[in-house]
Write a protein that binds this ligand. Sequence first.
Ligand SMILES: [Zn+2]
Ligand SMILES: [Zn+2]
Length: 335
Amino acid sequence: MDDLKYGTRNKRGDWAPNEPAGTAPLFTFPPRPLALLKWLPHYFLPYNLLFALSAVAWWHYVLPDVEVMKTLSVGWIVKLFLVNCAALLLFFGAFELRLYILRTQGNRFKYNGKWPSEQKSKAFFFENQNFDNMLRTFGTGMPIWTAIEVGILYAYANGYVPWLTFAEHPVYLFFLVLIAPVIHETHFFLLHRAIHWPPLYKLVHSVHHNSVNPSPWSSLSMHPVEQLGYLGVAFWHLIIPSNPLLALYQLHYAGFGAIPGHVGFDKVELGEDTAVDSHAYIHYLHHKYFEVNYGDGLIPFDKWFGTFHDGSKDGEARMQARYEKKKARANAAVK
Ligand SMILES: [Zn+2]
Ligand SMILES: [Zn+2]
């Protein structure tokens, strides 16, 4: 595919789309019903459906009977951990292999002209982004992911929280399935905004931002505190009346779903003329400029709080104006 039909490449080799990044037409005012209808399939396809199906598959093929989950025994927990690791290795690894190792589509649609593997940085373990990212993902990320999962299943199995069944509460639970992405976006935005508070940023969130040029393994490469906070979105299903299957979906949505924002390419080519949009631009701009786009754009939080950057010249100017104001405020406070 000719990526220059869809965007431009600058002297440094960075590619940018012609169309400015937009937020979903879900909470816009005035409402845009036609845009909403056109967008609606994207709400389910391909990722949300995939993560919902993976939750069902885990429930049926990976997890033991509820009776077994009443006790914390090594057998089922280790099995769950290993399956989680293998699934993540396959899923994230597929993007890494195709786009970064085999480089099947070269640098077409690639936001950053450089390849992380060709740049050493002291910020990383062994000065290697991929090695550092994978070490954090499997060293702390997957144990935390599995611990959250085990905690939730243990609570449900022992009846510590109400377990609503699909037979008795079909409409309510279906509604919860539908709003899982909304729960995710709200949780993620609030957490993310909080860890950009300078003391927390330095202690916790800077680890994730070491990957200025993110690639698939950057997705869950975070400080353990952030991994707990981010994947902990599934704990909402212990607070609101729900079902363990939905908690699994919420967890998979966060864990496996971290990848689209970090893939580094605007489109992943499937054939000569077909490609899927990654919807990565909003979060790519966050990694590039830090103090914009705290959310992923499902809910226009950043527009409401004035921190949205759509990648255009106007967006750039708005960001600069905000930084100037911030600087002036800081200077005034010193005087
Ligand atoms: Zn990120
Ligand atoms: Zn951030």
